[in-house]
Ligand binder design. Structure first.
Ligand SMILES: CC(C)(COP(=O)(O)OP(=O)(O)OC[C@H]1O[C@@H](n2cnc3c(N)ncnc32)[C@H](O)[C@@H]1OP(=O)(O)O)[C@@H](O)C(=O)NCCC(=O)NCCS
Length: 216
């Protein structure tokens, strides 16, 4: 498409990407958001993969991005498999639902496969991802400790059949733990223009998805 570029993030893009993230997530899951803080902290975490951090530019403006971290699956014998998780993925509100998220996801899938990765596991709203080939974790026998299959735990095989049906436990990267630092989140957010925290219906949808699990 004309005037559209997907390229790797550089240091010069950091603030613009954090702003896109804040705009995309603001009041989406909870009043306010902390995903821009996560983006800010993630880049120095050992699990972060700069080779899979992409920005989408339209007419020279960054309107979306996607970031990946390394994560692991462990089977019942303790064998480990290195896989990927992505997130946050963000598109500026004015550009949402026009196919830009799809472009970022498909571009990064191709790059991830070329780097040798074969599996992506995420927590996300299925509405956003089933069209990209993500399926319920239950279908791939991928669960959390305690044999729980969260409804929002979604799996994409970049190489068909690679998970082979055995039971896998998903070990999330600790990268998200930085967001427990509420003072850190608030201080970082204060470096952006003020925005009003408010309730919106998507927060109930988020609550439902993040508290649901597959039972059969
Ligand atoms: C989620 C997000 C990254 C998706 O990017 P986007 O550019 O808006 O999405 P796209 O237009 O590429 O559509 C992606 C898929 O979402 C679904 N979708 C698109 N428009 C939709 C609509 N109006 N209603 C419901 N689902 C829709 C479709 O499945 C679509 O795939 P398809 O076009 O192949 O059918 C973007 O909306 C966003 O930044 N949202 C706020 C932050 C967020 O929630 N991030 C993800 C956390 S899980």
């Amino acid at each position: 498409m004309k005037n559209l570029t997907i390229r790797l993030e550089t240091e010069k893009d950091y603030r613009a990407v954090e702003n896109v993230t804040r705009e995309a997530f603001w009041n989406q899951n909870v009043p306010g958001c902390d995903e821009h803080y996560l983006v800010h902290k993630m880049r120095t975490h050992a699990d972060f993969l700069p080779e899979l951090a992409f920005v989408l530019e339209k007419d020279g403006e960054i309107i979306g991005n996607i970031m990946y971290t390394k994560t692991r699956l462990v089977d019942e014998r303790g064998n480990e498999k290195q896989i990927l998780t992505f997130g946050p993925i963000s598109v500026l509100p004015a550009y949402q639902r026009q196919g830009y998220g799809k472009m970022l996801i498909e571009h990064s899938f191709a790059k991830a496969a070329a780097l040798g990765y074969d599996t992506i596991v995420i927590f996300g709203n299925p509405d956003n991802y089933v069209a990209r080939g993500f399926k319920s974790s239950k279908k791939y026998n991928v669960c959390l400790e305690g044999d729980v299959f969260p409804s929002a735990l979604l799996v994409k095989e970049l190489r068909a059949g690679v998970l082979d049906g055995r039971r896998w436990y998903f070990c999330e990267s600790p990268v998200g733990e930085c967001c427990a630092d509420e003072d850190g989140v608030a201080a970082f957010d204060a470096t952006f223009p003020p925005k009003e925290k408010a309730w919106q219906p998507s927060q109930e949808e988020f609550y439902i998805h993040s508290h649901s699990a597959m039972v059969r």
